[in-house]
Design a protein. Sequence first.
Length: 270
Amino acid sequence: MGAGDLPAMGRIGFIGAGNMAGAIMGCLSKEYDMMASRRSVNALRALESQYDITTTTDNAELATSCDIVFICVKPQSAEGLMSELSEVDFSNKLVISILAGKRISFFTERLTNCTRVVRAMPNLGLLVEKGATAYAVSDACTPEDEYKAHILLNAGAYAVKVEEDEIDTITAVSGCGPAFISYFLKSLEDAAIRHGLGKGIAQKLLFQTVLGTCEYLRTSDLDYDGFISKVASKGGATRAGIDAGKREGVDEAISAMVDAAIVRARELGR
């Protein structure tokens, strides 16, 4: 397949069309033939209007009708979904799962003739086409399968292929990361307001600070410590704040957040 040649995708289906599935659909070209399923009829009507797609409340109907099947339900609902799909033949289908914790083998062992599986972990940066997605593929995936998955997952995101054993850690870092970063930003904003700064100006300054910091780190040769040293001069306000954070166990708290997310992701996979 030559550069610039896009493979025919066929019909692309999304089982469990919630926030993340909606974000992915929003990033894909409207030229794709897409279908979505979920329990809420009202939510499906909204998806039909927003994305001009076909919808159904029948997950088996969707899986039967589609060539590429995104599985986007909550991990806790996965076993029930496997039962719903037990009569569907997946021999000619590519499955892309975004379920936290669920390994490729979960699907190949439960779905009929299912061998071509991509396990992906996107994040909600997709809502503004600034997502980060890591994915792993089953041994049975063809080069064309991998190419299709990369095109779909790279829409609105930076997508990178990894080993499956890395996905749980990636779940904790980039999958959960937007919430962790928001948690930290809220703490900074709350502290600023407590010291008399207005919410509006605090928020605008924090957002711009994050954008500028990330862009500088992304484009420069400095590592994190080098950048911190560039800002935190000896005896200055930044150094005083960082030293206070170390005394209060900020490093340990962040590490504990990541550790807990990894543990939970693995629990969801059982």
